[in-house]
Write a protein that binds this ligand. Structure first.
Ligand code: TPP
Ligand code: MG
Length: 375
């Protein structure tokens, strides 16, 4: 784990007014109850993903489906460090973040099953977990498409807080992205705007070392110090251990508080690993079993369990009990999703942009279909 914190920005061209974060003070370790809550969340996400893989293999889920196992501590630790009404926007590997933000697993599961009970009425599927009540703005399938949206969300909260309410900007947006998204131009445009306009957005890079089957050092420059890339825009940056939920939270809380206070962007590189393939159809032939085993030895759930055992006498029985509850909850969510009706045909043209060139028609059918025309 690199404790280098942030390098600050000394480059010429950086506005004099730009705030710097001299040092990341680690937030205190929360009490046992909070830590147990995090453990439960990570177990919940993992079990959810295990059952998702089963359902996919049983053809109850179709389309693209990306599993988050191994990365749970990133979503849980970072989302715990911000307020419930701070916006979140995501890439397509999004089930874990949705659950960490508080979406009921049954709505998440039903979405993947393509059922009307899903969070997007079954029309989005695995890659599009949306939950406006929880300030969760999706789930986006185009690599890096969410990064300008992250800047936009931060602009929106800042505008609302400062201009419409006449107060101080008081929100911070979390925008998660994969290491593959670093090679998309729109991320650099987004960082430029975020810095220029003092937007309180944290770009959370989940460096799981692969984009599809391409290892990070084969496809991305500066693979060993990705976080430094934001310096070109005068944006502060840090590395965090994405497998250690406590470390994740302690640094993240400090960073989020600073961004909120100063109304500035930040770039965090969370170092992690995805245990499964890129998607359900990936046999992972591009890496060795030894590498996978080595990474799995340093597992985020084991790390927190060990900490709880050593510090708070957390017992094996207590862990077993927690696991049992989680399994029941996820089993029930699968049953619930299965019992939810398939999304009916007359829903297909509601809430979507149906005419490429025309206005958004809200919940009505496209005009040409209402007129009985065939296309
Ligand atoms: C603009 C664009 N190009 C290519 C793709 C195909 N694609 C889907 S996922 C992916 C890899 C992204 O990897 P990364 O950002 O590291 O995320 P991870 O899968 O590791 O979570 C690619 C190239 C896409 N969805 N969008
Ligand atoms: Mg990746």
């Amino acid at each position: 784990m690199n404790d280098a914190n942030t390098t600050g920005v000394e480059a010429s061209g950086v506005p004099q007014t730009m705030q710097k974060m001299s040092k990341i003070d680690l937030a205190p370790i929360p009490n046992e109850g909070v830590l147990l809550g995090w453990l439960r969340q990570m177990l919940l996400i993992r079990e959810f993903e295990v059952r998702t893989m089963q359902a996919y293999q049983n053809q109850l889920i179709g389309g693209f489906c990306h599993i988050y196992i191994g990365q749970e501590a990133v979503a849980v630790g970072s989302i715990a460090a911000v307020n419930d009404d701070d916006p979140i926007v995501l890439a397509y590997r999004d089930h874990g973040h949705a659950l960490a933000r508080g979406m009921d697993p049954k709505y998440c599961m039903a979405e993947m099953f393509g059922r009307i009970g899903g969070c997007a009425k079954g029309k989005g599927g695995s890659m599009h977990m949306f939950d406006a009540d929880h300030y969760l703005y999706g789930g986006h399938g185009i690599v890096s498409a969410q990064t300008p949206l992250g800047a936009g969300l931060a602009f929106a909260t800042k505008y609302e807080d400062e201009i419409l309410k006449g107060g101080k900007s008081s929100h911070v947006t979390l925008c998660f992205l994969g290491d593959g998204a670093l090679n998309q131009g729109c991320f650099y445009e987004a960082m430029n705007l975020a810095s220029l306009q003092d937007l309180p957005v944290i770009y959370v890079l989940e460096n799981n070392r692969y984009s599809m089957g391409t290892a990070i050092d084969r496809g991305t420059s500066m693979a060993e110090e990705l976080h430094v890339k934001s310096e070109a825009f005068g944006i502060e940056h840090a590395i965090v251990d994405g497998k250690n939920v406590i470390d994740m939270y302690r640094k993240f809380k400090s960073i989020a508080d600073w961004c909120r206070e100063e109304s500035r962007p930040f770039f965090v590189e969370a170092q992690t690993y995805r245990y499964k393939g890129h998607s359900m159809s990936d046999p992972r032939k591009y890496r060795t079993k030894e590498e996978e085993s080595r990474e799995e030895e340093n597992d985020c759930i084991d790390l927190l369990t060990t900490f709880l055992t050593e510090e708070f006498d957390f017992t094996k029985d207590a862990l077993k009990q927690m696991n049992k509850q989680v399994k029941v909850q996820i089993r029930d969510s699968v049953t619930w999703a299965n019992n939810s009706p398939e999304t009916p045909m007359d829903e297909m043209y509601k809430d979507v942009y149906t005419d490429t060139w025309g206005p958004y028609t809200g919940t009505s059918k496209p005009e040409m279909l209402e007129e009985g025309g065939e296309t």
